[in-house]
Design a protein around this ligand. Structure first.
Ligand code: 6GU
Length: 231
């Protein structure tokens, strides 16, 4: 997969994209991530990318020109047809199903807008899918883009050491993950459940299903209600 990111703050991405799973996936060629600085496409010598809003009001608005020029440039960097995504709190809420859907694309272009606002013609003219990561306001789309990338890349074949690890994740089957334990057997008077030491794989699998369902009922009953609406 190739991911192009358009942003005014490319430096924000450096460390998150250079650690852990994302670093490994990039090193292994599973994902190629390319940053483009929208400011490089500013039309004037001051490198301005925003201006006062028509009609008055506080704050500055991102101008359409640099964003469109940046996209035109980025599109040409690779022959694959990209799926365009605009990160904005006005978008559809991101979830695991969307992450899975995006993980099947060969190329994404993510546009991280600044929240103060962007010229409406960016939304109208780009025909990009609008995605939000939740009902709260961030200073810009950068952290949202990183959240999306993190969730998508770990679903790419080969990104996790063990390709089964993603299958048992919370949400991937609509419910929370079962409880996990490792050594020691007893820690501060808390013991590992006997069943996990029994070696009975069928019983362990049943116990994990029961536990996953039980904690979903307790902590995220809304996930089970959603499930009922779907079926
Ligand atoms: Cl995608 N952008 C901003 N600025 N705020 C958000 C968001 C995105 N998702 C939730 N809050």
């Amino acid at each position: 997969m190739r991911i192009d990111i358009l942003t005014l703050f490319p430096e924000m991405f450096e460390s998150p994209l250079s650690c852990s799973i994302l670093k490994r996936a990039r090193d292994a060629g599973i994902v190629e991530i390319v940053l483009a600085n929208i400011r490089d496409f500013a039309a004037d010598n001051y490198r301005n990318v925003d201006d006062k809003p028509y009609g008055g009001g506080p704050g500055m608005v991102m101008m359409p020109g640099p964003v469109f020029d940046c996209i035109d440039h980025v599109r040409k960097l690779s022959p694959e047809k990209p799926r365009l995504i605009l990160l904005t709190p006005q978008g559809r809420k991101f979830d695991q199903a969307k992450a899975l859907e995006l993980s099947r694309e060969s190329r994404l272009i993510l546009i991280a807008g600044k929240y103060e606002g962007f010229d409406e013609r960016i939304r109208i003219g780009l025909d990009a899918e609008q995605i939000s990561i939740g009902d709260y306001v961030l200073n810009g789309g950068e952290l949202a883009a990183m959240v999306l990338i993190d969730a998508v890349v770990r679903l790419l074949p080969g990104a996790l050491g063990d390709d089964d690890s993603a299958k048992d994740d919370s949400f991937s089957n609509g419910i929370l993950e079962y409880p996990q334990y490792t050594r020691p057997e007893t820690f501060r008077d808390m013991k590992v459940p006997d069943i996990l030491l029994s070696g009975d794989h069928a019983k362990i699998a049943q116990w994990r299903r029961d536990q996953a369902l039980e904690r979903t009922k307790k902590w995220r009953p809304d996930l089970l209600e959603d499930d009922e609406q779907k079926t």
